[in-house]
Design a protein around this ligand. Structure first.
Ligand SMILES: [Fe+2]
Length: 294
């Protein structure tokens, strides 16, 4: 069970839902579209956690290889050939998997099974959602003290995002979360002069908030935001539209995260998607400013 320390100074977007409760799927969908972080009670991915705990990309080796491994996509491990001639890939096979094809294959099977189970969960919770893209990532390196941010996906496309996270480590995964982007921006619009970013795409608007207002990675943990603190238990699964809820990984080692890009018209309420919220925010502020000047 997640250990949550709520900060009474800001709204609490964390909702726990048991999938065995009546109408659980409808409740998850409604709360998710509302912009909450949903923790699923009584749900775990069926994986070999003991085996996964024995796989790490934080290994000893030449600094150049260690650096590369920090950003080594899991996709490449899934496609790694034991007979590879590439010296870096050879290093990964030898050091991460101990030169053991059986371990490499077992890892691939676990990753494929985990991704299949996440897709089945997504389909169960959002049966009418029409997704046009899915991205599955597995992170098996240490992450510590990220900066608090709303996700930038480097696109001006207008879509709804479903994000499913799982803590695959045997230790808690520590996050801090803060306000929803639209409520924070509405509250601080005039004080922070956010109108200067009104012509940017919603994605770039979030980028400006992260970097020009909160200070980006250079001021990690030194931003002025109020936070809730969460420790996700080993195996726990949660969902969060990471462009809506400000979040920061404090500490984590092994996790998977899946992203589903959903057509807005298939949502229960398309007006609740990220894009629409940001457009509405700027429009409301522009109307207010115009009426004040009139
Ligand atoms: Fe993020």
């Amino acid at each position: 069970m997640t250990k949550l320390i709520k900060n009474p100074a800001i709204p609490n977007p964390v909702v726990e839902v048991s999938l065995s409760s009546e109408n659980a799927e409808t409740e998850v969908r409604r709360r998710y579209e509302d912009g909450n972080l949903i923790i699923l009670r009584d749900f775990r991915l069926d994986l070999d956690y003991k085996f996964l705990a024995s796989i790490s990309l934080d290994v000893d080796g030449p600094p150049e290889y260690r650096r590369k491994l920090k950003k080594f996509p899991m996709e490449k491990i899934k496609n790694l050939e034991p007979s590879t001639k590439d010296s870096f890939q050879r290093f990964v096979f030898d050091v991460v998997f101990g030169g053991d094809t059986g371990r490499l294959n077992q890892f691939r099977e676990q990753a494929a099974s985990g991704d299949r189970q996440v897709y089945a969960l997504y389909r169960r919770l959002f049966p009418r959602y029409d997704e046009y893209k899915a991205v599955y990532t597995w992170r098996f390196t240490e992450t510590m003290y990220e900066n608090l941010h709303w996700d930038n996906l480097d696109t001006s496309d207008d879509f709804h995002q479903v994000r499913v996270f799982a803590n695959l480590d045997d230790r808690p995964r520590l996050w801090c979360i803060s306000e929803r982007i639209d409520s924070f921006a509405a509250r601080m619009y005039e004080e922070l002069g956010l109108g200067q970013f009104a012509s940017e795409t919603p994605d770039r608007f979030a980028y400006s908030l992260n970097n020009k207002i909160l200070g980006g990675m250079e001021r990690t943990c030194l931003d002025p935001m109020q936070r809730h603190h969460l420790a996700f238990a080993p195996g726990e699964v949660w969902l969060c539209e990471s462009r809506l809820v400000a979040h920061q990984i404090y500490s984590g080692y092994r996790a998977s995260a899946a992203m589903f890009y959903v057509k807005p018209e298939s949502m229960d309420d398309p007006e609740l998607r990220f894009h629409a919220r940001i457009i509405r925010l700027h429009e409301a502020k522009a109307v207010r400013q115009a009426s004040q000047q009139a």
